[in-house]
Design a protein around this ligand. Structure first.
Ligand code: AMP
Length: 507
């Protein structure tokens, strides 16, 4: 029988109760033993509130040590943890509460009043608070409870968490992640990224998302390693912390910002073992600049809320700029033609499908949608477009939803974007399809230039003309200061499509 998350945590605690687990920026270190006790108190507090196995605990709380311990406390109580993006407004939260139907909501003290009507209307039994310094009504209740608890009986297939998708392609859906999904991925990643107890992860990611909560935290726990928990990402603070840590995980935006920090150099990164990037494409340019500046080849990996991690560049061996690497051990990946459903050949672009212990069970309360997203043989249709080269490396070519069909021909945005990004003076770009009276969709580029190198449409168009077939060349090129991104650094193409929707209709 496979391990549950609380069993994985318990075995780490048993092996090294005095080893550091969560270190705060001021230097205070909480050991695994102390974390187990605090999580035990929180589990007992949840029990006092009537929470039992399978009940949902929703949390919209600031990133802090107690927030991670609440996640572990919920696991020990056998509950299903539902972390919510701290950026969501009360109106947005109403949707999640109505959907997840949690019995307890934990929020920041200053949000309580606003959230209470919605919590009441959605049948939430208790609203408690948790603040960044470990204050609030939940920690107060936990202090009155015993630190010892016998973990609720759960099995690998039970749901450990419901994580809402970031909703860049429509309404957020609750992905049900089982204990096996999380634990198997944590062990696999710890193995392939060579985590050891002596590692210290520099944790700057938010913990309401799969990247910061599962990829970062669970991988650390799987090996009894430790983390330096920052309240958020600040490039200067990260550079200062590099000498005290050994591994960094970030989204591409973090790497772009780190490169803007003059103090980032080979000396400041000398003690680091590994830099990992994911959640959005890391441009080859950023990869190369980072390697030149620090001597480290960033290891890029690919995953999603529904599947945890699917692929990774190798620890040893080539970390190819622009590729997301090889399928993880135990995870099968195939590329399928969206029209015919047949498997694509080497180098052909199609939809990425994955199967393995990392892949979620389905969307909460949405059996019909779940059935549509899975093939009969158990493969999950990711909605990402990609190809596999002759060495087995996977290359992402964008989202199926972002695929442009112009005059009946497929245009893959990633190909055009990398051609545009290679033009001197371009900082970044996004290529979208918007309605076109003749072509169905018109290829349209939105470009952000370096501050000191403004370009115009003619320059970009002629730079592209030599290398791209006519049907792939953007019919219009817009210039903006910055591209719209969500908290994980993903470009919000839906917004861009809305902004430029009338481009060809008004001609
Ligand atoms: P999320 O569920 O918020 O983690 O978003 C998952 C999506 O992010 C995937 O389906 C991909 O479209 C994208 N993504 C994640 N990692 C990468 C990567 N390394 N390169 C390109 N896209 C990525």
């Amino acid at each position: 029988m496979s391990q549950t998350l609380s069993q994985m945590f318990a075995s780490t605690v048993k092996a090294a109760p005095d080893a550091p687990f969560i270190v705060l920026p001021g230097g205070e270190a909480m050991t695994y033993g102390a974390a187990a006790e605090r999580a035990g108190r929180l589990a007992n507090a949840l029990g006092e509130l009537g929470v039992g196995p399978g009940d949902r605990i929703a949390a919209q709380i600031p990133k802090c040590r107690d927030a991670l311990l609440l996640y572990l406390g919920a696991m020990r109580a056998g509950a299903v943890y539902v972390p919510l993006n701290t950026g969501y407004t009360a109106a947005e939260l109403d949707y999640f509460l109505a959907d997840a139907r949690p019995s307890v909501l934990v929020c920041a003290a200053n949000a309580r009043e606003k959230l209470e009507p919605s919590a009441r209307a959605n049948g939430v039994d208790h609203v408690l608070t948790l603040g960044p310094e470990g204050e609030g009504s939940l920690p107060a209740l936990a202090l009155e409870c015993s630190p010892s608890v016998s973990d609720a009986r759960r099995v690998g297939d039970d749901t450990a968490a419901i994580l809402y998708t970031s909703g860049t392609t429509g309404r957020s859906k609750g992905a049900m992640l089982s204990h096996t999904n999380l634990v198997s991925n944590a062990h696999t990643l710890a193995e392939i990224w060579r985590f050891e107890a002596s590692d210290r992860l520099l944790h700057a990611l938010p913990i309401y998302h799969t990247h910061g909560l599962f990829t970062a935290t669970n991988t650390v726990m799987a090996r009894g390693a430790s983390m330096l928990l920052l309240p958020g990402f600040d490039a200067e603070q990260v550079v200062d912390a590099l000498p005290k840590t050994s591994v960094f995980m970030g989204v591409p935006t973090y790497y772009i910002r780190l490169l803007q920090c003059a103090r980032l150099d080979k000396a400041s990164a000398a003690g680091m073992r590994l830099f990992i990037s994911g959640s959005a494409p890391l441009s080859p340019d950023t990869h190369n600049q980072f390697a030149e500046r620090t001597g480290h080849a960033v290891l890029e990996r690919y995953g999603m809320t529904e599947t945890n991690m699917n692929t990774s560049n190798p620890y040893d061996g080539a970390r190819l700029a622009g590729s997301v690497g090889l399928p993880l051990p135990g995870t099968e990946l195939r590329i399928v033609d969206n029209e015919t459903g047949t498997q694509c050949g080497t180098g052909e672009v199609g939809v990425i499908e994955v199967r393995g212990p990392n892949v979620f069970a389905g969307y909460w309360g949405q059996e019909g949608l779940t059935a549509r997203e899975f093939r009969d043989d158990g493969f999950f249709v990711t909605g990402d477009l990609g190809r596999v080269d002759e060495s087995g490396y996977v290359w992402i070519e964008g989202r199926l939803k972002d695929l442009i069909i112009s005059g009946g021909l497929n245009v893959y945005p990633a190909e055009i974007e990398s051609a545009i990004d290679a033009i001197a003076g371009v900082r970044e770009s996004a290529v979208i399809g918007v309605p076109h009276p003749d072509f169905g969709e018109g290829v349209t580029a939105v470009v952000a230039c370096e501050d000191d190198a403004p370009l115009d449409e003619g320059v970009v168009a002629s730079a592209l003309a030599a290398g791209l077939a006519k049907f792939k060349q953007p019919k219009r090129i817009y210039f903006v200061e910055t591209l719209p991104r969500n908290a994980m650094g993903k470009i919000q193409k839906t917004l861009l499509r809305e902004t430029y929707r009338d481009t060809y209709l008004k001609d």
